[in-house]
Design a protein around this ligand. Structure first.
Ligand SMILES: Cc1ncc(C[n+]2csc(CCOP(=O)(O)OP(=O)(O)O)c2C)c(N)n1
Length: 551
């Protein structure tokens, strides 16, 4: 085996190995050479080379999102590690474990005019779950910090930072280890189940309970608990597309249901108890509603943290949802109520109006989403970009065997493609990314990647700019709007597809989508980029009319 000569680099590699960190995404540089050499020459690790650190970190995030274990990124000193920050923040808010290993010069070389040198220690302090600022000399303390960083990434779910100073020479190797670092594993803290009796009583007594489920990994919630919630007439369950939870009595198209609500409907809908779990909520309308019509109690279930999103958080159960339900639903009970029934009646009404509208609406973003979402193959993985793509997608029901993901931690447009490629690289399912044009062109370096699976497919909805800004209030058709908000353009992805060796398909009407969608699905020898052009100035009108005609 080949090891780097520097003992600190050896320690890092040995601790990572012992803790089962498997995927290492490396961006090129000299300062990180000891780690690059060590990781690449060690068969315990899958190493990936990605030049652009922003893309590399989002790619890592995509892998971690799928394998639900920490993934490491390794870079050189200087501005390199600042490019990890967007993904670092996304990991923090999406609760995905990312280990950033930045390499550095020794302390004595900082701020003395050396090149590629910045103040690296604690650089992610605002969003980091743990900062291990190592010392260049091998020590127990270094080992302890590395262990703590990795243990934190495993147990707390989120990003951690290890900053590693190396002195030159950096490229020397040895064949025997000169260190035997300490390895310790944190005992996992299982939070004791609190006395739930009083909460159970409130739950049973309440006739209007709203359960709102944010983003969750597929199969997170046991079916028996889904059934209990879905079959309780006093419970309305609203899910987001990223929750990956399905039941015939759940309401999955939140905006479609509540946008036409009158004052009276909102009053009837106002819950006594709001129970939430899962990650960030996309629907602005449900947030606005709950902030205005607050429940008497808001309980959130999450082992790591709870946001007071509706300014009425009364209880955070610091426990996994399944464990909570196991202890909560200990015996069967019924609460007389027609809360759920009322909303299922509304849902049926909306469904009818929805289909009437979708069938007659002209070619537009809305129509395209209706077509493509209905055509996605079962058991595939769907990655969706920010921001209007995820909002459009929420208006439709999709096949429950399709797993859905979106970077909603910070809702950035800066790494959706990279994340999707990372996720696809470790998934045995066909992965489809649906993205807008600005998000796609922003992250086009994502395609500078040798690990894109052959069955990866990008559906690029090119509406000539940031279509979301046409939908938002405040839109006025002025040059200022076009230049500074919409950032309108005439770019296409044709040449990018050619440059990166992707099969390129286009469509600009329903029939060309029909033909080329089949081509896209049958192409499994190369990744496909299917660019669908929609009419820039018609899109928002179609959507606004949709919400009007739901009533
Ligand atoms: C890194 C980052 N910069 C800016 C934004 C603000 N923003 C949100 S959506 C959007 C435009 C997205 O346009 P596009 O990808 O074409 O999707 P469309 O809205 O047209 O469907 C921008 C600039 C953001 N979310 N993230």
């Amino acid at each position: 085996m080949i090891y780097p000569k520097i003992p600190l680099a050896q320690s890092i590699i040995e601790i990572f190995r012992a803790k089962g960190i498997q995927h290492i995404i490396i961006s090129p540089g000299s300062r990180n050479a000891p780690l690059t050499i060590g990781f690449v020459n060690n068969s315990n690790f899958n190493c990936y080379s990605i030049v652009d650190e922003r893309c590399a970190a989002f790619f890592a995030l995509g892998i971690a999102q799928q394998i639900k274990k920490p993934v490491a990124v390794v870079c050189t000193s200087g501005s390199a590690l600042l490019n990890y920050y967007p993904a670092f923040a996304e990991a923090f808010y999406s609760e995905i474990s990312l280990i950033v290993v930045s390499t550095d010069r020794p302390k004595s070389k900082i701020d003395i005019g050396d090149g590629q040198t910045i103040r690296q220690e604690n650089v992610y302090a605002n969003h980091s779950l743990y900062n291990a600022n190592l010392d260049e000399h091998p020590s127990f303390e270094n080992d302890f910090l590395i262990n703590e960083a990795i243990n934190t990434a495993f147990t707390k779910k989120g990003p951690v930072h290890i900053n590693v100073p190396f002195e030159e020479p950096l490229y020397e190797t040895v064949t025997e280890l000169s260190v035997n670092p300490i390895i310790n594993f944190n005992p996992i803290n299982i939070n004791s189940i609190e006395e739930l009796a009083s909460f159970k009583n409130d739950w049973i007594a309440s006739k209007k309970k709203l359960v709102l489920i944010g983003s969750l990994h597929p199969n997170s919630i046991e079916q028996k608990f889904i059934d209990i919630l879905g079959n309780d007439n006093s419970v309305v369950v609203m899910t987001e597309i990223t929750s990956n939870v399905h039941h015939s009595n759940f309401i999955s198209n939140i905006d479609t249901i509540i946008t036409p609500f009158s004052e009276q409907d909102f009053n009837e809908f106002q819950p006594d108890i709001l129970l939430t779990f899962g990650g960030m909520i996309v629907s602005k309308r449900i947030k606005t509603f709950l902030r205005k019509y607050q429940p008497k109690q808001h309980w959130h279930i999450d082992p790591s943290r709870a946001y007071d999103t509706y300014a009425c958080l009364s209880k955070n159960f610091e426990i996994e949802p399944n464990k909570f339900f196991e202890n909560f639903f200990t015996k069967t009970f019924t609460t007389e109520s027609n809360y759920q029934e009322n909303f299922l009646t509304i849902r049926e009404l909306r469904k009818k109006k929805h289909f009437e509208f979708i069938n007659k609406i002209y070619f537009s973003d809305l129509k395209v989403f209706a077509i493509i979402l209905s055509k996605l193959m079962p058991n595939s993985q769907l990655q969706i970009s920010n921001s209007s793509p995820i909002r459009y997608a929420q208006l439709f029901s999709i096949n429950p065997t399709i797993e859905v993901f979106c970077n909603r931690g910070t809702s950035g447009i800066d790494g959706c493609t990279s994340t999707a490629i990372g996720a696809a690289s470790v998934s045995n399912k066909t992965t489809v990314l649906i993205t807008g044009d600005i998000g796609f062109f922003y992250d086009s370096n994502a395609l500078w990647n040798n690990y894109i699976p052959k069955n990866f497919k990008i559906l690029l909805i090119n509406n000539g700019g940031g279509g979301i800004f046409r939908i938002l209030a405040g839109h006025e058709e002025t040059p200022v709007f076009n230049t500074f908000f919409e950032t309108s353009h005439c770019l296409t992805a044709k040449h990018l597809a050619k440059m990166y060796g992707l099969v390129y398909l286009t469509a600009s009407d329903e029939s060309s989508i029909e033909t080329n969608f089949e081509m896209m699905l049958s192409q499994n020898e190369k990744p496909v980029l299917f660019e669908i052009f929609t009419p820039t100035i018609e899109n928002d009108k179609a959507l606004l009319q949709y919400f009007k005609e739901l009533e």
